[in-house]
Design a protein around this ligand. Structure first.
Ligand code: AMP
Ligand code: MG
Length: 355
């Protein structure tokens, strides 16, 4: 049996800073459009919020409070959260707030369409690997075989009138693949309500939400991390308003005794780290929740299924980095993505509408 000998779990703080530099300054006239800025720790990550304009300061204060509130509701490890209550209800219906119910309902609908790539009931398995506690280990096959039957999002029952959720005994939810995206979608609504016309919200590097354009009218520039070097970038994307969500094995992983890299994105069909040929997936999508769901799901699907999904559904663009260091870009993002660093000369494959 494998045993864990090494367990690095990296935080995104350093990367955030560099990313902000790339995404950053407003260029000529920047002094007059200095942004309001806030930093906070929520959803297990450092967040950095920037907004421009007269309403910016008040909007960011409201936004920070909202992010902390959502964290308290959706955390899988906080005994005061709604998700904790659901996971400890032992088969009884549990009432949810409007936000938790909406997020769960949208996530379940999405999971159902992914043919097993995304499953919100994966928690018993990811806990066995230690991904939420940091107590990393490789579960043995018997343990996985015992836990896998609990992973079945079709067994979750929602009652929209009573706004309750009921799980089979032993089943547990984990909204980790979607919570930051939902927060980003709510944040975009809040900023629009407040009349903020330019904002860049870094909800922990893997979820970036952009409102409007940079105050000088130019595109935002968002870096994509080199999945094999936390200090480097694989490229930069020029983008307008919307969300940029990235899922990558490098975000949380440990090395098992046999040298296998074990990361936090799992394949629900095996209960093991999803190794479908990708190192990272970056999704550009108007809606941050959809982008967050998609980036995790496409990572599990692998390059061929991801390309098929894009052709069939559309509504987003993506940049895939595969395990051979090739970069695949859907055609709508091809002109906006510039490889850099170790990827400057990487083979860049454009995914077109026709197969
Ligand atoms: P993300 O960073 O958005 O890709 O989300 C990763 C998080 O989603 C993990 O830390 C787990 O909490 C959760 N997760 C991992 N694999 C899956 C999966 N196949 N389906 C649903 N949630 C997952
Ligand atoms: Mg996600």
């Amino acid at each position: 049996m494998e045993r864990t000998v090494h367990a690095p779990a990296r935080r995104a703080a350093a990367l955030c800073l560099c990313l902000l530099l790339l995404a950053g300054c407003a260029g000529p006239g920047a002094a007059q459009s200095r942004p309001a800025e806030t930093e906070l720790f929520a959803m297990d990550t450092y967040m950095h919020l920037r907004a421009w304009g007269p309403e910016a300061e008040a909007a960011l204060a409201e936004l920070s409070a909202m992010l902390q509130r959502l964290d308290g509701q959706l955390s899988v490890t906080d005994p005061g959260s709604e998700i904790w209550a659901v996971n400890h209800a032992d088969g009884a219906p549990t009432a949810l707030s409007g936000d938790a119910f909406t997020l769960l309902s949208r996530t379940l609908d999405f999971c159902a369409g992914t043919r097993g790539a995304l499953d919100v009931t994966l928690y018993p398995v990811s806990r066995a690997w230690g991904f939420t506690t940091g107590d990393y280990r490789v579960p043995d096959p018997e343990e996985l075989a015992r836990l896998l039957p609990l992973v079945d999002c079709s067994a979750v029952t929602l009652d929209a009138d009573a706004r309750t959720v009921t799980l089979p005994p032993g089943a547990e939810l984990d909204l980790g693949a979607a919570a930051k995206g939902y927060a980003g979608a709510l944040a975009a609504e809040l900023l629009a309500r407040r009349g903020v016309r330019a904002a860049m919200l870094d909800l922990g590097s893997s979820t970036i939400c952009l409102t409007g354009r940079k105050p000088d009218g130019s595109d935002w520039r968002i870096a994509v991390q080199d999945p094999e070097d936390p200090a480097a970038y694989a490229g930069v994307i020029a983008c307008g308003p919307g969300s940029i969500c990235t899922s990558g094995g490098y975000e949380r992983y440990f090395i098992a005794e046999d040298g296998a890299v074990c990361w936090h994105i799992l394949d629900p069909s095996t209960g093991r780290p999803a190794k479908a040929g990708l190192l990272s997936v970056t999704v550009l999508c108007p809606d941050a929740l959809t982008g967050d769901l998609l980036s995790t799901a496409l990572f599990v699907m692998g390059p061929e299924r991801a390309a098929d999904w894009w052709r069939a559904h559309g509504g987003f663009e993506c940049i895939l980095i595969d395990e051979n260091r090739n970069i695949l870009v859907t055609e709508g993002a091809a002109d906006r993505f510039t490889p850099m660093g170790a990827y400057t000369h990487a083979e860049l494959t454009v995914i077109g509408r026709e197969e």
